[in-house]
Design a protein around this ligand. Sequence first.
Ligand SMILES: Cc1cc2nc3c(=O)[nH]c(=O)nc-3n(C[C@H](O)[C@H](O)[C@H](O)COP(=O)(O)O)c2cc1C
Length: 199
Amino acid sequence: MTQPTRPDYPIADLMLKRTSPRAFSPEPMAPAALRQCLEALRWAPSCFNAQPWRLLVAPRQDEAAFAALTGCLVEGNRIWAAQASVIGVALAVSHFEHNGKPNAWAQHDVGLGLAQLNLQAVALGYATHLMGGFDKNAVRALANVPEGAEPLVAFVIGKEADPSVLPESLRDKECAPRTRKAQADWVFSTHYGTPLNLG
Ligand SMILES: Cc1cc2nc3c(=O)[nH]c(=O)nc-3n(C[C@H](O)[C@H](O)[C@H](O)COP(=O)(O)O)c2cc1C
């Protein structure tokens, strides 16, 4: 299993439990559970409530769609992601619908939405893994994506499995300690680079 989260300060349980495993057991996800994850994304905040997220989703029960979307991943992701229960690609709509102007926060808001999807999945006993490693043009062609919608990140949802299901080359990665920069490296006072001092 992926290594535990070791926070410097206590954080809520869902975030403690969230990791991005590569070892998944290839079982279907109940449609109701998938809908719950999508609903969690739906209620994310977004600039002007524009909801700039669009999702392409293929549950593994739909073999053709699942194979088509996993086929858009880079090889290094496909080898493990193909064992997950659901694959998706999140897209960002680049302009506001209400005035046609560029939405500088579109990608940000898609990320916020995915964070909510991730945590809802954890609450239901699933894990997620986001991937930048996929062919955007292949996704565009496959799904007939219109201009103005940008494939941003692929993701899988699934049941975490024992790392022994992975090829040897990935097993060590899966079991490596999970690390983060210290807060002092990125939480500043009003002077960039000076760590925030809370006494
Ligand atoms: C936008 C984004 C792109 C990512 N792309 C990949 C990827 O292509 N392949 C992969 O194995 N992991 C990918 N990851 C997962 C990160 O490597 C992972 O979140 C990070 O190492 C922290 O580990 P944790 O999620 O278990 O805390 C991506 C994560 C994000 C947010």
